[in-house]
Design a protein around this ligand. Structure first.
Ligand code: NDP
Length: 685
């Protein structure tokens, strides 16, 4: 008998006492493993996540969490051959496995890098600017995101056993939430193998990742108000979860990604000899055959202008005829097996429903093999079918209702762009749509028409095709999810996916206490003018609020003339008194904004070699009041935020800069960004 899969629960591998249910190889029908969660203490897993994993994770900053994700990505990359070897048993070809395994690892890398670049080296994230709530400035407000003391449960579909786990794990982990992963039983042996690699590496803090292999009985019962569930699977199961009392009344957050009748539209501008025509046909065939069409993002509806429908069908049929189907171990096979005979039965049922209002135009009747020869495959025990193209009659309803979760697409003709958009909307909300067009007007009209119904829209043309990642690939930096029937959830989308796991809270207080809470200097908070120029202080010595207030400097007409001549910026407002006088905003010659900022740098700088290593930019620069010849400007520079960089002997310092004129009126405000040595003199010098 094959191995019984184990769950990783509360710090140890758990093996059920019974024999479990068999899981079969998709292509050969041989038993791969057995699965059971009988006897598993699910509430103890939830407690372990809350009491051990969560606190360990939240004691780390975002940058530290990101570093662990990066180490994990590298580790999995080094061991991915083991996952490839097992993935073939799910019916996946090497191309399919790359999407699952390399796609998952790539998602970890992406979040690791965004976590360092876009999140602070802290445990909270500030959102938006400071809100002044009172006249005197003693009462201010700001939004922040904080981690929840809960657990992120993921319930995944069978089609992406590795990516499905990692794309949910990465953002939750960065957000400070431990995960409990419940893979679909059918392909859980691959998820178990990946979790064994992860746990074996010792990279993740204990309790931050647990695996529930087998039935999920009792899982939602154990969750409470700080917990969340991210579900991918059928609309039927989604409905069961939505009606769970802990979701209905208990405050458990549920994100759903379920059925989706994605479409691809051929633009009305495209003729059969245009490059977009071929790109469109290629895209549809790819989506029908990758993972044997078992992708939540696959193209189910092919919307084409009536006059070219026949040509599209012919081109699709010709391409589909070349697709080799068979055992995914054979390198000549383009499309492997469906995940199980049960899944194939489901697809056949869906095809039956579709063919009531559509005819088969390519592939075997009703999703059978249709006499096609399989490469190296057992047609009885393996879950094979050939790709199947249908053409719907006008007005058919089924293509907008029935999701055949396999290599099946239906061609529908449209008459005019409005009808194309209306047909797309009949899917009642989808994950993704694509449109092949090279016409800017068509692109805008279709994207705006589709946007309310879709989480992602791809515009495909001759310019982006070569580098395009295609219709079906969710990307870590872009939102994945869709409204309505697609479940209404949102995953990924870069840091958006992290923040979705955190709680946004508006904090109201005095500037001093807001500075203390956020570790971010707040306008109106105390400044420390100790007499030591802050440019003489290392990162270790600098404190938030350290300030240099410069002496004033008068800006002369000669300064303005010189700057104009020296830089070549001879814009009339700086050089032509008569024209400048007619300018309604200035009413005369004014100093260049960049001159003001340059003079300010001269006012605040401490020039001798010291711990400040470089200026790497300014943020949020605004010129507020014109500076005229004779005005005297001064600058106040205050340490706003200090971010040590892990793995480097320097860190980032963000300075609040305010330039004022002789009346104390701000003329420019901005943040100066510098790199400052952690110690000075440097440890080795
Ligand atoms: P299911 O909804 O049956 O299963 C999805 C996940 O939910 C699995 O992990 C399953 O576990 C789990 N599950 C099932 N019942 C419960 C429950 N009562 N409480 C908690 N968890 C539960 O979908 P499948 O993956 O089997 O796919 C079936 C169909 O779903 C496909 O044919 C397709 O139509 C659709 N689908 C849609 C996707 C999309 O994103 N559009 C993606 C994948 C599937 P277990 O496997 O142990 O039963």
């Amino acid at each position: 008998m094959s191995t019984l899969l184990e769950s990783y629960a509360a710090g140890r591998w758990f093996r059920a006492a019974d024999e479990g249910e068999p899981l079969l190889d998709a292509a050969t029908g041989e038993e791969v493993a057995r699965i059971s969660s009988r006897g598993l203490d699910v509430p103890a897993m939830v407690r372990h996540a809350r009491e051990t994993g969560g606190p360990a994770l939240r004691s780390l900053t975002f940058h530290e969490r990101a570093a662990l994700l990066k180490a994990l990505a590298k580790h999995l990359n080094e061991h991915k051959d083991e996952l490839y070897a097992l993935s073939v048993r799910t019916g996946a070809t090497a191309r399919d496995t790359a999407i699952d395994v390399d796609g998952g690892i790539g998602t970890l890398f992406s979040y690791a890098s965004r976590g360092v670049r876009e999140l602070p080296n802290d445990t909270i994230v500030l959102d938006g600017g400071l809100e002044r709530l009172s006249k005197g400035g003693t009462f201010v407000g700001r939004h922040l995101y904080a981690s929840r003391p809960g657990v992120a449960v993921q319930i995944n579909a069978f089609n992406f056993p590795v990516w499905g786990m990692l794309e949910k794990l990465a953002p939750a982990f960065l957000a400070g939430l431990p995960s409990i992963v419940k893979p679909a039983s059918q392909t859980a042996y691959l998820t178990e193998a990946a979790v064994r690699l992860i746990i074996g590496s010792g990279i993740l803090p204990e309790g931050t990742l647990q695996l529930l292999a087998g039935g999920a009985a009792g899982l939602l019962d154990a969750l409470t108000v700080q917990d969340s569930v991210a579900f991918t699977g059928s609309a039927h199961t989604a409905g069961i979860l939505r009606r769970h009392p802990n979701v209905l009344d208990g405050g458990v957050q549920l994100g759903v990604e379920a059925d989706s009748l994605n479409c691809s539209i051929l633009g009305p501008d495209v003729r059969p000899d245009d490059p977009e025509f071929d790109l469109f046909v290629k895209g549809v065939v790819t989506e029908m055959t990758v993972k044997a069409g078992q992708k939540c993002t696959a193209i189910r509806r092919v919307l084409v202008p009536g006059p070219v429908a026949e040509s599209v069908v012919e081109a699709l049929a010709a391409r589909l005829a070349k697709v080799t189907v068979g055992d995914p171990r054979n390198p000549d096979v383009r499309m492997g097996a469906l995940a199980s005979l049960g899944q194939r039965d489901e697809v056949r049922k869906a095809v039956e429903a579709l063919t009531a209002s559509a005819e088969v135009v390519a592939g075997g009747p009703a999703g059978t093999l249709g006499g096609a020869t399989l490469l190296d495959a057992d047609p009885v025990r393996g879950a094979f079918m050939t790709p199947l193209l249908l053409r719907a009659r006008r007005g058919a309803a089924a293509p907008h209702d029935v999701e055949p979760f396999g290599p099946v697409s239906t061609v529908l003709a449209y008459d005019g762009l409005d009808e194309a958009v209306a047909l797309a909307a009949r899917g009642r909300g989808s994950l993704v749509a694509s449109v092949a067009t090279h016409d800017p007007e068509v692109a805008r009209a279709v994207v705006l028409g589709l946007a309310p119904w879709h989480g992602r829209v791809l515009v495909l043309d001759r310019d982006d095709a070569k580098e395009s990642t295609g219709h079906g690939s969710p990307l870590p930096v872009l939102v994945h999810g869709g409204p309505g029937r697609a479940g209404g959830g949102e995953e990924l989308g870069g840091i958006r996916g992290v923040l979705r796991h955190m709680q946004r809270t508006a904090v109201q207080s005095s500037p001093d206490l807001l500075t203390a809470v956020t570790r971010h200097w707040t306008t109106g908070a105390a400044r420390n003018e100790s007499g030591v120029h802050p440019f003489r202080k290392s990162l270790a010595e600098l404190r938030i609020g350290d300030t240099i207030a410069s002496a004033p400097r008068t800006v002369s007409l000669a300064d303005i003339d010189h700057f104009a001549e020296f830089t070549g910026d001879t814009f009339y407002a700086h050089t032509d008194p008569e024209a400048a006088a007619r300018n309604p905003l200035f009413g005369g010659i004014v100093a260049h904004g960049y001159l003001v900022v340059s003079l300010a740098a001269g006012l605040f700088v401490d020039p001798a070699p010291g711990p400040v290593l470089a200026n790497f930019g300014v943020d949020a620069l605004r010129f507020l009041t014109p500076v005229k010849a004779g005005d005297a400007i001064a600058v106040t520079l205050t340490v706003k935020q200090i971010t040590p960089r892990s793995g480097a002997d320097y860190g980032e310092v963000r300075w609040d800069a305010v330039v004022t004129n002789q009346d104390g009126t701000p003329v420019a405000t901005y943040d100066v960004l510098t790199l400052v040595a952690k110690t000075w003199p440097a440890a080795d010098g």
